[in-house]
Ligand binder design. Sequence first.
Ligand code: PMP
Ligand code: GLU
Length: 394
Amino acid sequence: MSNHLSDRIKNMSTSATLAMAAKARELRSEGKDIIGLSLGEPDFNIPDFIKDAAKNAIDENYSSYTPVDGYAELKTAISNKFKRDNGLDYGLNQIVVSTGAKQSLFNVAMVVLNPGDEVILPAPYWVSYSDIVKLAEGIPVEVHTQIDTDFKMTPAQLEAAITPKTKMIWFSSPCNPSGSVYSKSELEGLAEVLKKHPNIYVVSDEIYEHINFAGGHVSIASIDGMYDKTITVNGVSKAFAMTGWRIGYIGAPEWIAKGCTKLQGQVTSGANAIAQRAVITALEAPVSKIQYMIDKFHERRDLVLGLLGEIEGFNLNVPEGAFYVFPDISAFFGKTLNGVTINNASDFSLYLLEHANVATVTGEAFGNPNCIRISYAASEKELKEAIARIKSVL
Ligand code: PMP
Ligand code: GLU
């Protein structure tokens, strides 16, 4: 019966990050000692002050359907956060709370794209962007960037990718999977190009905003001329270790926010009541409350870069944010290791899973077939052990 599936679903890829995490879970249940470095998920517990807010919300009976676009108190907290951290002024009518930033991205695609509209994706890009764009019948247009320029798209590359059909550009900074952070002047360079194209909109995915070791996160919407063209996407999964609580949000031009609310009202309704109440507390807290997690990620980044740097064939840059390294491992292509021929990054990632019991994600899922993504959102002990195993099977 599976051939009765809609073409939409048949043509869609399964999320490679979630698929690898599921595979690692399955192997673990068979008794294998798998170290999972595939999923981008903080390994910290949710801070207690946020948990307490959720417990209070239950006791205070926040149990009814929520407003489709989010509680006004949460939208006020988001508006204040945008002002405090990003210098952005979004009124409550410009903010929509969703069930994770993933839903925010899906909403925006459905609301802005018409069939055949092109969306520029600087590659490597986060795994779900291309399938979300395709679900909205848009056409992803990859712009390939290189490790020696820290995987960042230049204004000239952007200009060259624009066609009369270009409707949007989607990018994340700090970037999943490369960890790259665009500086203010780099964003200004891209903005110069975009200002010449009044019909092109930008999705700026800032979910890793706080996990930034270089300091000074800049939102492209804050750059002159960009506010009315930008949808700023954010959420609490990464900074507050709240992946399972499923809250994301956008700040956007009002017509886009209204469209997202209309869509959400027919699909999921408002996001979870308890989680929304807890997020008010999370966003009102000073960033210093979560600094310990950011510091730990920074230490682990240095640890991982040091250890991977000792493995011949790993070409690394220094990611300035998020919690991933994205080494170029193409030096192994064409080689045979323990009887397995490595032809591409997917073979390499599978080889690490089967021979080193370490789960990573192939760069192919992110639009770069020469790299693999390693998440260092894991304990130091696991990271050391995983990299020792990788070294020994190479
Ligand atoms: N954007 C990026 C770049 C991400 O890494 C993630 C992680 N899943 C998301 C969006 C979606 O986050 P959420 O958990 O809020 O849906
Ligand atoms: N963003 C994380 C990742 O890239 C979580 C998995 C997902 O939502 O796809 O691994």
